[in-house]
Design a protein around this ligand. Structure first.
Ligand SMILES: [Cu+2]
Length: 160
């Protein structure tokens, strides 16, 4: 910026610069509001794009008992949303432990808390639903409760 002749007439310069600042900040505010609005408009669709529609997902029931998974070989389609319904038919607790499977899958946001250290715990006669999108692979499944897998409580999950 160069101040030449106008520098002497400060009384004219000051209001002009105030006006300029005011119009700039108005523009800035309008611009940030516009950016905010477009960001807000993007958020819901972005969230939808990330969170798939599980309402029409196939449901696959896995029954846990002492000491078995039924079926012991779970077959899923890669990339297809699915709701795993885990049903503990036993009076005692069991878990559905498949750390590699869960790590490879896209878990529905609200269900992430069901998994602790790669396993879903079920008290006696408890059921839990977990929605996810599995990734191609073969994964080990077992119950990590003491001796349960030795007694036969193990299986696999085949995703193709
Ligand atoms: Cu068990």
């Amino acid at each position: 910026m160069s101040f030449t002749a106008s520098q002497s007439s400060a009384c004219q310069l000051v209001p002009a610069s105030l006006f300029l600042n005011a119009s700039l900040s108005l523009k800035g505010r309008a611009m940030s509001r516009l950016l905010f609005l477009s960001a807000a408009a993007l958020l819901p669709s972005g969230a939808l794009a990330q969170e798939p529609d599980f309402s029409r997902a196939a449901q696959v029931t896995v029954t846990l008992s002492s000491f078995d998974f039924a079926p012991s070989s779970i077959h899923l389609r890669a990339g297809q949303p699915v709701v795993l319904r885990l049903v503990n038919a036993a009076g005692g607790g069991h878990n559905f432990s498949a750390p590699e499977f869960f790590a490879a899958s896209a878990i529905r946001e609200q269900d992430k808390g069901l998994i602790y250290k790669g396993a879903i715990e079920l008290r006696g006669n408890q059921s839990k639903d977990i929605a996810l999108i599995p990734r191609k692979g073969t994964y080990k499944l077992r119950c990590t409760h003491t001796m349960h897998s030795m007694f036969g409580m193990k299986g696999d999950i085949v995703v193709d």
